[in-house]
Design a binder for this molecule. Sequence first.
Ligand SMILES: Cc1cc2nc3c(=O)[nH]c(=O)nc-3n(C[C@H](O)[C@H](O)[C@H](O)COP(=O)(O)OP(=O)(O)OC[C@H]3O[C@@H](n4cnc5c(N)ncnc54)[C@H](O)[C@@H]3O)c2cc1C
Length: 431
Amino acid sequence: MAMHRRDFLKLSALAGLSVSGCGALRETTSSQNLNARVVIVGGGIGGVTAAKYLRRFAPNLQVTLIEPSTEYVTCPVSNWVIGGTRDIKSITQKYDALRTRHGAKVVHDLVTQIDVEAKVVTTKSGAKFNYDRLIASPGIEMKWDSIEGYNEAASEIVPHAWKAGAQTLLLRKQLEEMKDGGVVMIAVPANPFRCPPGPYERASLIANYLKQYKPKSKLIILDAKDNFSKQPLFIQGWKDLYGYDTPNSLIKWVPASEDGKVTAVDVKRKTLRTEFASHQADVLNVIPPQQAGLIARQTGLTNESGWCPVDAVTWESKIHPNVHVIGDASIAGKMPKSAFSANSQAKACAAAVVSLLQGDDPAASKYMNTCYSLLSPKYGISVAMVYQINDDGVIDEIAGAGGVSPATGNKQLEATFAENWYDNIMADIFA
Ligand SMILES: Cc1cc2nc3c(=O)[nH]c(=O)nc-3n(C[C@H](O)[C@H](O)[C@H](O)COP(=O)(O)OP(=O)(O)OC[C@H]3O[C@@H](n4cnc5c(N)ncnc54)[C@H](O)[C@@H]3O)c2cc1C
């Protein structure tokens, strides 16, 4: 039976939900003649997924992805590198398949201007690219100076390691050089920020390293919040593994209500200041508050929150037509800022862009997210959720559709799932 293009795209959008599980998105013959120009800004999780799936949905579409780096170091699994159980090479992805297998044009350059009226993108090298539709997935920028004394220069001494690469290696090096008996301190921001469970996974994997190699040391988390993602499972794991809540606990978590919010950093003295106290550390990791990537703000795609309001079906900006924003930079209702979310959004956005270019009505998708965290290499936990667009056009959780992994579940199996998830989603994006 013949399938209408519109039906296919609806199906595609739905299939896009199941990211690593389904992998059944196939090239369609129905969009063969679509020959428009789509420019993608940012070659991270969202951007590369969108580029690949645009070409799969519409093989003649002219897709140009612009990204300054020639390789992409993933934030997912970068905490494992910081904890010393993986090397950085194993989380470094290349753009070859996107270019050669999927036929997108990949340009290594920085986008310095998006002219939304003329529909032209300009790069640092002066090159110009016309587009019919643009997809921006520029990720995050740190809100420098929102913590006194913490700016870009300071992050070269006290890493945030919230963008993977050199920052990841810097934090790892400082941990290796720290004496046994040292104090590691992590400052965690209030919501919303990239990867809500990430700081607590990082704390766990650093604790795992300290337990093995520097057992007299301590790790303190100073938090600008009173609760966090998968908290009961993390606390249980810290009790199982690191003596949490005992006098010898390796990990201490200080919530905002107990003066955990960091207000200032002295990078030279390795000191963090909260409202009522000053804390001395040997290794400091400051994760500052965040906002949408600079180019989104420069283009006027952000609102007063610092993030980009978008239509939940098409991911088209509510501010500038013909520009779509996906991934961490977007305001995505209840979806967390995660790689899984960005990948799911990118597929729905790609399908919507093809529909719009063909003059069709885009179909509403349901979305999915799963976030795995390791508390040690053999102790994993997870949270999963399915989302739909509610009557107000906002992405909301489907009650009962997800949840956290069971407290009594098999933690080793969850750790294996976490590895498999990484391999699968990387293959879905970069292969
Ligand atoms: C420590 C840590 C652990 C994490 N673990 C997980 C996990 O286990 N699971 C999970 O789902 N998520 C995880 N995440 C979150 C995940 O990394 C992000 O949510 C995801 O990368 C978002 O994708 P994105 O496309 O929005 O941004 P990114 O992947 O950051 O991509 C943005 C890209 O845009 C490029 N760019 C920016 N500005 C420009 C410009 N002007 N011109 C051209 N290019 C530009 C950047 O160079 C970058 O490559 C983790 C994050 C951290 C920090």
